[in-house]
Design a binder for this molecule. Structure first.
Ligand code: SF4
Length: 257
C-alpha cells in the first residue's frame, strides 16, 4: 500500500472526510509525494532517574507476576484485574495511555471499548496492530496506572508515583524505537510536564533517549472529533521520526533487542 493510500485510510478510519478525485481517476499515474512532515529537533527534558529497587532487575515474566499481585496503593482493593499491557515485548512502537476504565478493568487489557476501537483503527492505517505480528508491526500498549481508579476518577499523584516503576521497567525491557504518549497523565508521568497536550504535541521529545511524541487520548478524540486531524499529524510525525532515525533511542550504534 502506498503512503497516500495509507493516509486516506487513516483519515477515513478516524472519521475525517477525504475528497481526492485525482486519486480516483489515476491512482498510479500521478503519485503524490509523502506528506512533508517537519521533524523538529528533539526537546531536551530533565534527566530522569533510572528505575531503582527490586523492579529494576525484573525480567518480563517476573514483572507481570509482580504487577498482578501488587498492593502498593489503595487501588488494589477495588480492581477486578490489573492491566499489565498487551502486544509484542520487542515492539518498535510503544503506546502509553492513562489508567484502566471499567471495560479494561473487566478484561485486564488496555484500550478496549470505543476508544480502543478508534486506537485500533488508527494503528491499522499505519499497518500496525496490537495482535500477534512481527515487532515492526505489533505495538506494545501499556497504561501509566495498572489498576482502575474507582468511578474512573483521575489518578492521584501518589498512585502514579507508586505505579511508575512498572511502566519505566516495561519501557526499559521493550526498548521501543518510538513512544506515543496519549493523554495528560501519560505525558505528566513520562515528561514530568504539566503543560497541556496542545502545547507539547507537534514536536519530538525524549524519554531516556527514546523519541517520544505526545498526542491526544482516543477517548478525548471521541468527545472532540475536531482534534482528530491533529492526532493524525502526530502519528505522521512519529512515523517520520522513525524514518529519519530507524534505530533504537536515536543511537546509530544501537541494535535490536
Ligand atoms: S495501581 Fe499500580 S501501584 Fe497501585 S496497586 Fe495497582 S499495580 Fe500496584
Amino acid at each position: 500500500m502506498s503512503w497516500t493510500e495509507r493516509q486516506r485510510l487513516m483519515l477515513r478510519e478516524m472519521g475525517l472526510q477525504v475528497w481526492s478525485p485525482a486519486a480516483e481517476e489515476a491512482p498510479l499515474a500521478a503519485p503524490v509525494p509523502p506528506p512533508a512532515v517537519a521533524v523538529p529537533a528533539p526537546t531536551v527534558q530533565p534527566q530522569r532517574q533510572a528505575v531503582t529497587g527490586p523492579v529494576a532487575t525484573m525480567d518480563w515474566d517476573t514483572l507481570r507476576v509482580t504487577v498482578a499481585g501488587c498492593q502498593a496503593c489503595t487501588l488494589c482493593s477495588s480492581r477486578r484485574n490489573t492491566v499489565f499491557g498487551v502486544g509484542n515485548p520487542n515492539a518498535h512502537w510503544m503506546i502509553v495511555g492513562e489508567a484502566p476504565g471499567e471495560q479494561e478493568d473487566l478484561k485486564g487489557e488496555p484500550f478496549v471499548g470505543p476508544a480502543g476501537q478508534l486506537l485500533d483503527n488508527m494503528l491499522r492505517a499505519l499497518q500496525l496492530t496490537r495482535s500477534e505480528a512481527e515487532p515492526e508491526r505489533q505495538v506494545f500498549i501499556a497504561n501509566t496506572l495498572k489498576c482502575r481508579p474507582p468511578r474512573n476518577r483521575n489518578p492521584e499523584p501518589a498512585e502514579l508515583a507508586q505505579c511508575e516503576p512498572y511502566l519505566m521497567r516495561q519501557i526499559e525491557l521493550v526498548q521501543p524505537k518510538i513512544i506515543l504518549a496519549m493523554g495528560r497523565f501519560a505525558v505528566q508521568s513520562l515528561l514530568r510536564s504539566s503543560e497541556p497536550i496542545g502545547r507539547l504535541r507537534g514536536r519530538v521529545h525524549q524519554y531516556q533517549g527514546v523519541p517520544l511524541v505526545v498526542t491526544y487520548h482516543p477517548a478525548y478524540l471521541l468527545r472532540n472529533p475536531s482534534d482528530k486531524a491533529r492526532a493524525w499529524d502526530d502519528l505522521c510525525l512519529a512515523l517520520e521520526r522513525l524514518r529519519v532515525a530507524p534505530v533504537r533511542g536515536g543511537d546509530p550504534g544501537a541494535g535490536a533487542a
